[in-house]
Design a protein around this ligand. Structure first.
Ligand code: M6R
Length: 607
């Protein structure tokens, strides 16, 4: 949802900005631009399309200078065009700004600015901020930015430079992420940590309503009233390698293969002496015992993890669980009170819909636990407790390792609730956890074994539509498989509970519609096999994800992707992995950009 970066220090700003933007391109890739100050000039270079177009432009016409700002855009207001690309400038062209977020009152501001003689050149909401700063500027950039911010409604992470202040970048945030990498004699403003890791692992986390005045040697943070604030510092544990492709062709493939590690890290330290360790829940055993219902809110892939959680928590802790996508939860007058535990799942911790749901839930008296992968993200500050997945940075727009890590964390949560409620005894909890701890090895084995996948992908060569079926915990796995396929290969894919198919979707079946079925061993296995027969009788070609040792399934499917035997409750993680790889190979075969699918962005910070 747009990435911003700013550099000030001894290096050539264009190099740092381009390398930062490359690491932020997952946030949007409709256009990219930089504005660099040098020798009394502010030079802006912008190009439509991916970053490579900007790189080429700067390769042909280099721009020198040691201070600058850059942007990679996911278009919201105004089509992708050079005019609408950031950085945007004021009328005097002495101020340049980059912005991530949405200025909701921009129409009103535009009328006001036009009426006072400002020349608005783009269709964007962002440009209004540049003109506002211009109108409030009386020699102090920080003051002009602070006054402008007070006029804004909506969300922003901003980087601002002014020709009169060639040794300063002013940054500010509200509801959009922003950090500052604190280097040695240089500082880098960025939407996300990977953009600064080449230069530093020390990070200032900017909070909502804070303004930072950044020079090469200092980062001074203020609140909106310009009172000094002690900045929150963070040492980043992972290094640049974790944010690079490391020999893989794509981030997505690398991240799929990182799942064993992500699972191990997420489960590390969670069991001690028969007791699930989850102090982050910040609830006493009595408080947990008082939970009458659980609400899970999330979007996209995280929502699918929520559906897995429902079956685990209901089965183990016998607490009713409702799962709702965050954008519906907020507006549906949910039945939430102080006996409700709300679990907000968000990889990025910045998803606007989920954050709004968190606020709504807390207003209604619920306790909110966030499950996120990003340390210091906004959801961590807005929730009562945080359970981190330790999956490392996920750059591919399609979530993979964070999904399975979320499920691992939710398994731990389910066991904790069951233990506190007394619905599972310690021995049972220990034995489930022991099996959970084998899943990293199970996933490793799957990743090393699926030779048939490339061949399977052929089935989708000319497909325009496909179905994904499953039962029980296989339903969210099917949903996730379908989402992956449509996101990165642009093939229509719909997931259904297998038993529901005969109530309508079976009309879609032809020999041109591949059907992927989660058919692992479980109490509904026979039913799933019957459902496979129903679709095959209508010409469908079937790919089945099945349990090792189930050779009979070969009589019912064109392709079988075998995964090791696990208990049914824990089968979601291993069953997902072949589907991630399947969608990867289908997309690659169709020549799609798997890391940056069209129209998408990694974190969706607008409603
Ligand atoms: O950061 P979040 O987990 O809150 O993101 C939620 C969705 O936007 C995200 O899962 C999206 O669906 C991904 N593109 C899935 O691959």
């Amino acid at each position: 949802m747009c990435g911003i970066v700013g550099y000030i220090g001894p290096r050539q700003a264009s190099d740092v900005l381009l390398s930062g933007l490359a690491r932020l391109e997952y946030r949007g890739y409709d256009s990219a631009g930089v504005a660099i100050i040098d020798a009394g000039e502010l030079t802006t270079t912008r190009r439509v399309g991916k970053l490579v177009n900007l790189q080429n432009a700067l390769g042909t016409s280099p721009v020198a200078g040691n201070v600058g700002i850059g942007h990679t855009r996911w278009a919201t207001h105004g089509k992708p065009s050079e005019e609408n690309a950031h950085p945007h400038r004021d009328c005097t062209e002495r101020i340049a700004i980059v912005h991530n977020g949405i200025i909701e009152n921009y129409v009103e501001l535009r009328e006001e600015l036009r009426a006072t003689g400002h020349m608005i050149r783009s269709e964007t909401d962002t440009e209004m901020v540049a003109h506002l700063i211009e109108s409030y500027y009386e020699g102090d950039l920080k003051v002009a930015v602070a006054k402008s911010l007070k006029r804004l409604e909506g969300a922003y992470a901003l980087g601002v430079v002014h020709l009169d202040h060639p040794d300063v970048i002013v940054a500010a945030r509200k509801d959009s992420p922003l950090i500052i990498g604190a280097g040695d004699g240089e500082n880098i403003v960025a939407s996300d940590i990977p953009a600064v890791l080449e230069f530093t692992r020390e990070v200032v986390v900017l909070h909502d309503g804070e303004i930072a005045v950044v020079t090469a040697d200092s980062v001074d943070v203020f609140d909106l009233a310009l009172r000094p604030v002690v900045p929150e510092m963070l040492h980043v544990e992972w290094d640049l390698d974790a944010a690079e492709k490391g020999g893989f062709e794509d981030f997505m493939l690398k991240e799929i293969f990182e799942q064993p590690k992500a699972l191990r890290e997420t489960l590390r330290g969670r069991m001690n002496d028969g007791e699930i360790q989850l102090s982050e829940l910040a609830m006493t055993a009595e408080e947990i015992a008082g939970i009458a219902r659980v609400f899970v809110i999330a979007c996209g892939t995280s929502l699918h993890a929520g559906f897995v959680a429902k079956s685990l928590i209901e089965q183990w802790a016998r607490i009713p669980v409702e799962v709702l996508c965050s954008s519906e939860f907020r507006y549906n007058d949910p039945i939430v009170d102080d006996e409700t535990l709300v679990v907000a799942i968000t990889q990025s911790g910045e998803t606007a819909d989920t954050l709004a749901g968190v606020r709504e839930a807390r207003l209604r008296g619920a306790k909110v636990i966030a499950i996120t992968n990003v340390v210091g993200s906004r959801v961590t500050r807005e929730s009562d407790g945080v359970i981190y997945t330790h999956a490392g940075p996920e750059i591919g727009v399609a979530a993979t390792k964070t999904f399975t890590a979320q499920i691992a964390a939710l398994n731990v949560l389910g066991l904790k609730l069951a233990q506190a409620k007394g619905t599972l005894g310690s021995e049972r909890v220990q034995s489930i956890f022991d099996e959970l701890s084998t899943l990293p090895d199970v996933v490793e084995a799957i990743l090393g074994s699926l030779e048939e996948l490339q061949e399977c992908a052929e089935l989708f060569a000319d497909a325009t539509s496909s179905l994904f079926l499953g039962r029980g915990v296989g339903v969210p796995v099917a949903m996730e498989g379908a989402l992956k396929l449509k996101e990165i290969s642009y093939i229509h894919a719909e997931a259904y509970p297998a038993g529901e198919m005969k109530h309508g979707p079976i009309a879609l079946i032809t020999d041109q519609v591949p059907v992927v079925v989660v058919a692992t061993q479980g109490h509904t296995y026979e039913k799933v096999v019957s459902n496979i027969q129903e679709v095959r009788a209508r010409g469908a070609q079937v790919i089945a994800v099945a349990t090792s040792g189930d050779d009979d399934i070969r009589n019912h499917a064109e392709f079988v992707l075998h995964i090791p035997q696990t208990s049914e409750a824990l089968s979601a993680i291993p069953a997902t992995v072949p589907l991630q790889l399947l969608s990867y190979y289908v997309a690659k075969r169709r020549g799609c950009n798997v890391d940056q699918p069209r129209n998408l962005a990694k974190s969706v910070t607008v409603e």
